[in-house]
Design a protein around this ligand. Structure first.
Ligand code: FE2
Length: 362
């Protein structure tokens, strides 16, 4: 792992590393991921202009940094949110317009509908996740590993084809030590699996579902009646091992309780339900995927953008004191290159034209 970090560091001094205008540096404290800096410095607008002049540079850097990039000092975006959309367009064919998808409209930016708002403030009013129980590990550290740390997921995995990349920008972050974002490398985790487990996972699929559909592990254990779902809201199959369409790497692609279907799943063809064989295997894999050596914890500064590849990383959010601290984050999602196995598929979340009427928002 140290060798990889050194290789990225060496790149920072060589031309070109992440493209002629940019250098790629290792992320402190991480075995994957990189920080992209504009050679010679420059403000947000200079950064965006340089990236547009070299439209493959950031995307190449993301692949080279194995799915995680940090861009610091992009503060001008807070007053010019379209800059975030311009950056997002460099990562793939389509930046999602959240007015056209099953997205609660109070979480959509009023002027820039490609921006999804994550905030404890109105109108989004989204509470932070709870503290882990217990809040620290036995040796007094921030818990990262499932099941002590919960909420691990990849964005919108309940859709086929799922999105490729997310960009997350800190307008007002929580104070350091709170409201972090954690990333787990599905690539490193997959590579570390024993061969027998890799063979067992070949061709296996998970069943992913929209959160708050009454199909989470907790809802099923409570005996809740699952919400009736229309055709375009149904759980979607996704491979447990994703093959990256550009780099060819294989990665574990999984979520835990809230975004898997615990009625018919969580793993297709295995015993369903929270106490079935599928649940046991999923949670064995989640515990493995989130081992501390595969995880990077980002402490946010205002003006940071973190870009991640949902095809190869899982992520989760941590608690912050929402009674005291306002937090405002903006996210975009980029789609259009999910990999061969999704070739030619229609979008699962768009109702058929003469089907069941307009999509509900939630
Ligand atoms: Fe997310």
């Amino acid at each position: 792992m140290a060798v990889l970090a050194r290789a990225i560091e060496d790149d920072a001094d060589r031309q070109p590393a992440a493209g002629g205008a940019f250098a790629l540096r290792p992320l402190p404290g991480a075995v994957f991921g990189g920080e992209v800096v504009l050679r010679g410095g420059g403000d947000t607008r200079a950064f965006v202009a340089a990236a547009e002049a070299e439209p493959d540079a950031l995307s190449r850097a993301l692949d080279r940094a194995r799915g995680l990039l940090l861009l610091r000092g992009m503060d001008a975006i807070s007053a010019a949110p379209e800059l975030l959309v311009r950056l997002s367009r460099l990562f793939g064919p389509e930046v999602e317009d959240y007015r056209r998808t099953l997205t609660k409209q109070t979480s959509v930016h009023q002027q820039v509908p490609e921006i999804f708002i994550v905030s404890n403030m109105p109108p989004a009013s989204r509470p932070p996740p709870p503290l882990p129980d217990p809040p620290l590990t036995a040796d007094g550290r921030l818990p990262v590993q499932f099941p002590q740390r919960r909420g691990w997921h990849t964005d919108q995995s309940y859709r086929r084809p799922p999105p490729d990349i997310s960009l997350f920008y800190a307008v007002i972050p929580a104070p350091k030590g709170q409201g972090q974002t954690m990333f787990a490398s599905g690539v490193d985790a997959y590579a570390a699996l024993p061969d027998a487990m890799k063979a067992r996972l070949e061709g296996l699929e998970g069943l992913h579902v929209m959160p708050r559909s009454g199909r989470s592990e907790e809802a099923v254990r409570r005996g809740e009646t699952p919400m009736p779902l229309r055709a375009h809201e149904r759980p979607q199959r996704q491979p447990v091992v994703r093959v990256h369409p550009v780099t060819g790497t294989r990665a574990l692609y999984l979520c835990e309780s809230g975004q898997m279907d615990w009625v018919e799943g969580p793993l297709v063809g295995m015993q369903p339900g929270p106490d079935g064989d599928g649940a046991a295997l999923l949670y064995e894999l989640m515990t493995h995927l989130t081992r501390p050596e595969f995880v990077y914890v980002h402490e946010w500064d205002a003006g940071d953008i973190v870009v991640w590849d949902n095809r190869s990383l899982a992520h989760t959010a941590t608690w912050f004191d929402a009674d005291v601290h306002p937090r405002l984050m903006w996210r975009t999602t980029v789609r259009g290159n999910p990999g061969k196995e999704y070739d030619g598929e229609r979008r699962s979340w768009i109702p058929e034209p003469d089907g069941e009427g307009p999509a509900a928002t939630r």
